[in-house]
Design a protein around this ligand. Structure first.
Ligand SMILES: C[S@@+](CC[C@H](N)C(=O)[O-])C[C@H]1O[C@@H](n2cnc3c(N)ncnc32)[C@H](O)[C@@H]1O
Length: 387
């Protein structure tokens, strides 16, 4: 096993062979939903290992090229998604190094990401520093002394390790491409600041980082379902002019902030003319997704609507409702917005949908509109697709 620092001139090559499995981690409880979406995106794949917080699939052709960015976008519920070499296990610590060598190909890795499989009770920002992750990172760090622990830089090859137990680790790799792939296990690395009035501050912070939401200071935005006010607080910190719509009161820290207004009413009671002038609409109402979408659709499709973007938290009251996700995204598309979705690492049983007006998602715009398929993605000299 070899490792060395990468350089801009010579990107680290994909490991060869690339691994005949895919492994995805998820919020505990989301395994079935995730497995169904993986199977739909990858016809011919077969269910592999299945544990709380982890789903793997065997690929029909071991060396097959896959576009993991596209796949991550389709499956929505994966926190980390990577090519997997399988599980290494050993009986005593003395056997560990040999077990790792058996499992891993000769390859160079730029960064190491270690996370425990079962993350119950661990805050997203603390997952990589949990005792199981630290122990695995120390052992793998000894095998790969040039690979850095912690966040990867764009284009780097990451060695992924999901700790199933002290003597069993799943091992695999991915190329760091988007913000969610830079951090161990796809977890948002920031913690909730002490001054935040609710966890929604952190959820919105993760959505901003994940989806590259960039709203110019001074822009007027509106949040439906805003109390007690963590998300509004994050928006105010970004220099935005914020109107909150919620029948419940907001925390005084937010309510008295300059640039902030609250309309104490329900979303459906807001007149369409009052929604004109807002560039972005956020919704975090604790109601069924169909009711959220009905309310948002009324405003997004209104003549003269000035909305350019949406950030919608769709609550999933029970996992069976997640089967409707593609219909929900189709509804957003039918309004002339391009939706992207992810179950955030700092959120609960819900999906974050970010949609920009226009019919092409952000990634397609960056590619000049070129259509991609998950299988057989293009390879370029400077950035080879994950294999
Ligand atoms: C999860 S909390 C929102 C947390 C909030 N985004 C924050 O940053 O702290 C859900 C909120 O949705 C509000 N809500 C529920 N139905 C609503 C509706 N029809 N219109 C507006 N707000 C609603 C509730 O009053 C509640 O305050």
């Amino acid at each position: 096993m070899a490792s060395s620092p990468s350089s801009a001139a010579a990107p680290t090559p994909d490991p060869d062979p690339p691994g005949s499995f895919l492994l995805a981690t998820c919020q505990p409880g989301a395994e079935e939903v995730l497995a169904v979406r993986l199977a739909a995106a990858l016809p011919g794949s077969a269910r592999g290992a299945w544990r709380r917080g982890v789903v793997s699939v065997r690929l029909p052709a071991a060396g097959e090229l896959l576009d993991l960015d596209l796949l991550r976008g389709r499956v929505v519920f994966a926190r980390a998604l990577f090519r997997c070499f399988g599980q290494a296990h050993w009986k005593g610590e003395g056997e560990r190094s040999a077990a790792l060598r058996d499992r891993l190909p000769e390859a160079r890795f730029d960064a190491l990401h270690c996370v425990p499989r079962d993350v119950r009770g661990v805050a997203a920002a603390d997952v990589a520093s949990s005792p199981a992750a630290v122990a695995a990172a120390a052992a793998l760090g000894a095998e790969f002394p040039h690979a850095r622990l912690g966040p990867a830089r764009p284009g780097e090859i990451v060695l992924d390790c999901v700790v199933d137990g002290p003597d069993r680790w799943w091992l695999g790799w991915h190329r760091a491409t988007t913000p969610a792939t830079f951090h161990p296990g796809g977890y948002h690395p920031r913690a909730l600041p002490s001054q935040a009035v609710s966890r929604a501050w952190l959820k919105l912070d993760e959505a901003i980082a994940t989806f590259g939401i960039d709203i110019a200071p001074g822009t007027r935005v509106c949040e439906w379902g805003a109390a007690p006010g963590g998300a509004c607080q994050r928006l105010l910190e970004a220099g935005l002019e914020v109107v909150a719509v919620d029948p419940a009161p907001l925390d005084a820290v937010v309510a008295l902030a300059p640039g902030f207004t609250q309309w104490r009413k329900r979303a459906r009671d807001v007149a369409l003319r009052d929604m004109r002038g807002f560039r972005w609409l956020l919704s975090d109402m604790n109601i069924d997704p169909t009711s959220t979408l009905e309310a948002v659709g009324r405003v997004a499709t209104a003549p003269g609507s000035t909305l350019e973007g949406l950030v919608l938290t769709l609550k999933i009251p029970d996992w069976s409702r997640a089967a409707a996700l593609d219909e929900w995204l189709a509804a957003v598309r039918s309004w002339g917005f391009a939706p992207e979705a992810r179950q955030l690492s700092t959120g609960g049983r819900e999906v974050c949908v970010v949609a920009r007006r226009g019919t092409r998602p952000r990634a397609a715009r960056r590619r000049g509109g070129r259509q991609r398929s998950i299988r057989g993605g293009p390879r370029r000299a400077t950035r080879r697709a994950d294999r």
